[in-house]
Structure formats: structure tokens, C-alpha cells
Write a protein that binds this ligand. Sequence first.
Ligand code: NAI
Ligand code: MG
Length: 366
Amino acid sequence: ANPSILILAGDGIGPEVMAEVRKVIAWMGDKRGIAFDVSEDLVGGCAYDAHGTPLTDATMAKAQAVDAVLLGAVGGPKYDKLDFSVKPERGLLRLRKEMDLFSNLRPAQCFDALADFSSLKREVVAGLDIVIVRELTSGVYFGEPRGIFKEGNERVGINTQRYTESEIARVAKSAFELARRRSNKVCSMEKANVMESGILWREVVQEVHDRDYPDVQLSHMYADAGAMQLCRWPKQFDVIVTDNLFGDLLSDAAAMLTGSLGMLPSASLGAPMANGRPKALYEPVHGSAPDIAGQGKANPIACILSFAMALRYSFDLGDEATRVEKAVEKVLADGVRTADLMGPEGGTPVTTGQMGDAILAALDAS
Ligand code: NAI
Ligand code: MG
């Protein structure tokens, strides 16, 4: 059977950028003989409109059964007043939770043609290619006790940073596996100087390394120093592994090293399935962009690069992933720009569909 993909395009610009990914998927079949079984379903506001829930049990079951899920984006002003239990975001949260996607890969890659878009100097970011691996299902966002409690005559807000050894070990393992496919280098970040969970994090990452990945070069850094180093000289890193909270901050900061939100892909990986590949969901970092939805202005590159990550991590087609990334690089070098990639000097932006077509033409030439 062909490898299977479930497309959940979602709301707003989700379906617009996903239409361009579908072109790339079709191109892979036509021109490279690499066919996928693609099915499509609803998530988010559109699922609520159709079924009264942002993710039906049937869709959830499909997501569990496929080799990879590709998600567009969910949400929009139309749904802002809904009860939290049926908000579009809940559909995405349910997918992440029930698929147990504990390892969130956020690449920060700076295409040369966009280096002047960065908030940092060109030489600091040009050619940057790093991945932040963020633990996604535990830590201070989930730990108990949590809540706002009465203490004497005032209130106290409590969250608990909590990590078990196995939670640390599995995300460390996923970072080491990733490093082996790249330049074999991992930097682990925590605050072992002031946090018990940080001490355990450092110990367990080191143990997993020494036992199973002695070939990978491992270093440890305090997360605050790491934030500084990311801004000072990001190219010193390759894979960074860190917890949920620090990863949230560090990945957003790293994203801004590289320019537009419309360029940023992500992968969320879980435990290996029967075929040895991890459960996986791929999505652009951006949301449903209601301000530009329906106008053909959305940049499809983040979603297309998310599909490239699927080729690499779910289908073991690293060469094809590189082919897609090179096509994106070529199109940018040729000066093709959606509106979000236009500098103050201006110019004529292309539409979402034209950007997709330009990438296909670059693929044809590859
Ligand atoms: P957003 O990412 O949708 O948009 C932020 C800004 O970036 C907007 O000005 C938008 O036009 C621009 N932008 C985003 N993606 C773009 C693209 N591909 N091409 C060109 N420009 C792009 O974030 P915002 O505005 O905070 O949220 C809008 C909706 O999306 C909300 O309902 C929010 O809950 C939802 N959202 C969903 C996410 C998801 O599905 N994973 C993630 C973030 C937000
Ligand atoms: Mg964030």
C-alpha cells in the first residue's frame, strides 16, 4: 500500500496554503513516481460548523491510523465567542494529546535570499539551519497542583514544573535521533542551577546519551545563556533540546532570526508506530490569518516546508525533502515574493497560487 496522509486543512488560510501542498503531492506522484494515499477531513471551526465539535471521533480515529497528518490552521473571529470546550483550538489540542505528540520540532532556517529580513545582521543568520526540539506534553503547562488558591488573606497562583525520567528520556532520544540525520550535535538547555527538574533533565539527557548515543556530540547550557547565544551566534547550534516552557520561548525567538511567519514549518512527533516511524503531525507555525484569508495573499511556503518535513521524518524520503527545500530556495533567490516577504522597497507580490506554481516549476527544473 502507498504511505497514507490525512489532510486537515482547517480554517482561514489553511485550505488556501494546503491547496499548494496538494500540488506538490501530485507532482511527487506524476514526476517522481512517489504516490501517497491522501484523505481529507475537517478540523477546527469548519468541523464545528458541520458537526458541532472541532474534531469528531471518526476524524480522530483516522488521524491515529495514517502515517502522517498534515494540518493547515484552525480558528477565526467567527468562533471567538464559542465555549472553550468546542473552540477550534480544542481540535488541535485533542490531536496532539491523543496522538501523544511529545516532541515538537521547530526548524529555524534562513534562506540566503531572505537574510536581510532578519532582525539580526546578515552574516549572523545567512545559511542558518537549526532545529529546536521542544517537549510538548508535560512540564509546567500541565503539572499538578495548578490553580489560583486562597492563602491567608491573599490569592496565590500556582503552576508546577514536573518531569518524570521517562518523559525526559523519550524527548532526548528523539533529539539524538534527529541529530544523527543532521550534523550529530545536540545542545540541551535547562536551568539546573536553580531548578530540581533541571538537574534531573541534565542527568537523564546525559544518561540517554552515554548509553545509546555516545557518537552524538552533547553539550549542556543554561536556558537563559542559551537565549543569549541564540541571538549572538545561532550557527554554533544544530539541534537544541529543551522543555515545554523554555522551548516555547526559545523557538519563538529563533523563528524571528529568520524572517516571516509565512516561512516556518513544524513537526510534532510521538512514539514509533508498528512501521518504526513516529506518529506525526506536520503544520505551519502560523495561524489562520483571518486578516488576509480569502484574498490569495497567504504565503504557502510554511505549509509546503511542513510537507517536506513529512517526507523526511515520516516517509524516509530525505532526498525528496531536500528537493522541495531547494525548489523553495530557488524561487526565493529568483525574487518571487508573496506580500509578507516584501521589504519596504516594495514590488509586485505574487498570489498564493502563483507561489505554488513557481515552486512546481523549480521542481520541474530540479
Ligand atoms: P496568525 O499566524 O494567523 O497571523 C499573524 C499575522 O501573520 C497576520 O497578520 C497574518 O496575516 C500573518 N500571516 C500568518 N500566516 C501567514 C502566511 N502564511 N502568509 C502571509 N501572512 C501570514 O496569528 P493570529 O492573527 O494571532 O491568529 C489568527 C487565528 O489563528 C486565531 O483564531 C488563532 O487562534 C489562530 N491560530 C491558530 C494556530 C494553529 O492553527 N496552529 C496557531 C496560531 C493562531
Ligand atoms: Mg508560542
